[in-house]
Structures are given as structure tokens and as C-alpha cells.
Design a protein around this ligand. Structure first.
Ligand SMILES: [Zn+2]
Ligand SMILES: [Zn+2]
Length: 232
């Protein structure tokens, strides 16, 4: 009860302090989708007769991005780092205080602000991480592989944003009832338990990194591990 009051109070404070009067959650979502689709379409448009082995870029870039998601979340999003302090603040100090395992759903569309990456961060992410790595891939393996890499990274990013967006919808909504959604949502819901968030379920999308590095929390399988995480 006391906890619920604290969460509601934090939500009120967040809405007053960080969400501007002109903010529109649906427009924010539309920006995320259209910017990603534009980059993916543009990249695919520039392909010139890719060979079958060049298409292997797609699964390889998918795995690479899954591991980046894992380490980005397990690292700077949950541990304060000098250069990436803003990332820690946005995620651990704000997102995790706004949503808890027993209060995962938005109060309204303005709350999308506490989930989706701000547009300025999307542009930053494009310029600082995707452009240099794509240039390196281009230099090493040619234009087709570079454009397939960019398309896959942005496809992955869009998938990440839409899945995370969906986990914070009401479980009984039509999105919450899509096939597979309940299982993925459950993993992320457990990650929102303050006793588990520093230890388990760092993949927001598919738990490949968690599975590889032993941080997958699947209650039936690791029931006995939860209390020790809780006491840390
Ligand atoms: Zn979340
Ligand atoms: Zn987290």
C-alpha cells in the first residue's frame, strides 16, 4: 500500500517535471516507427544484387545487436558510468521507478514518454554508433553488407521499441494477448522487480544474451536463486 502511494507520487512528479505540455505520446510512437522504417527502406533500396552469403549479414547483425542490447542494459543502463550517466539516470532512476512489477501499465498515452527513446537520442544513436560501425563494415566488406547491417540494426531497434512499448500496455489489451507476448512480457515484468533488476533478464527482446550469460530468470527454473538476489 505504502509502496503504491510512493509509485503514484513518483509518477505525478515525473509527469510534472519531465513531460512538456506539448508532448503527444502517439506522435512520439509515430516518429519512432516512421524514422526506423525510413532508414530500413532507404538501406534496402540501395542494395545491388546481394549474393546469398551477403544476406548472412542479417542473422549475424541480429545476434550482434541482441548482445549489444544485453550489455548496454546490464552495463551503463544499470550502473552509473562517467560518460553515460544520463543513460543510467533515464533507465534505473526513472523508468524503473515509474514502472514496477505490480504496476507495469501506462496511466495514459503521455506516459509513453517514460518508455520510448527520446527522438534526440535516436538521432544520437544513429550518428554515434550506427554510422561509424557501418562505415567500418563498408570498408571491410563492401556496400551491400553495410546496408544490410544498417537495415538489420534499425529493424532490431524498431522491434525493441515496439516490444518494450507493448510490455507496458495492459496485459489484457489486444497487444498483450498477441502470441508469445505473455512470455516475453513476463520476463520483463520480473526485471522490473527492484530485487531482481540488477541481476536478471537484461534482454528486452529475445533472451539470447541472458541465456548465454546465465542471467535468465525463469521462475520455475531458478526459484531457489531469487532469494539470494533479493538479499543483495
Ligand atoms: Zn520496462
Ligand atoms: Zn532495466
Amino acid at each position: 500500500m505504502e509502496n503504491n502511494k510512493k509509485l503514484e507520487e513518483y509518477r505525478r512528479r515525473y509527469r510534472a517535471e519531465f513531460i512538456g505540455a506539448g508532448y503527444n505520446g502517439w506522435l512520439h510512437l509515430a516518429f519512432t516507427v516512421s524514422a526506423s522504417v525510413a532508414v530500413i527502406t532507404y538501406s534496402l533500396f540501395l542494395l545491388k544484387d546481394p549474393t546469398w552469403y551477403q544476406w548472412l549479414t542479417v542473422p549475424l547483425a541480429f545476434i550482434y545487436t541482441n548482445l549489444m542490447e544485453y550489455w548496454g542494459h546490464r552495463g551503463p543502463m544499470h550502473h552509473r558510468r562517467r560518460l553515460l550517466g544520463g543513460v543510467y539516470q533515464r533507465h534505473t532512476l526513472r523508468h524503473h521507478r515509474f514502472f514496477r512489477q505490480d504496476a507495469m501499465a501506462y496511466g495514459g498515452s503521455r506516459d509513453f514518454h517514460a518508455v520510448l527513446f527520446p527522438p534526440v537520442l535516436v538521432v544520437f544513436f544513429l550518428l554515434v554508433t550506427v554510422v561509424p560501425s557501418a562505415l567500418l563494415v563498408h570498408w571491410l566488406l563492401g556496400a551491400n553488407v553495410a546496408w544490410l547491417y544498417v537495415a538489420t540494426v534499425f529493424g532490431y531497434f524498431l522491434n525493441y521499441e515496439l516490444l518494450h512499448f507493448s510490455y507496458h500496455m495492459r496485459a489484457e489489451s489486444w497487444i498483450g494477448r498477441l502470441p508469445g507476448m505473455a512470455a516475453l512480457r513476463r520476463l520483463h515484468t520480473q526485471h522490473h522487480d527492484p530485487r531482481l533488476m540488477q541481476h536478471y533478464n537484461f534482454n528486452i527482446t529475445y533472451p539470447i544474451g541472458d541465456w548465454l550469460f546465465g542471467t535468465l530468470y525463469w521462475p520455475e527454473a531458478v526459484e531457489d536463486r531469487a532469494p539470494s538476489a533479493a538479499s543483495n
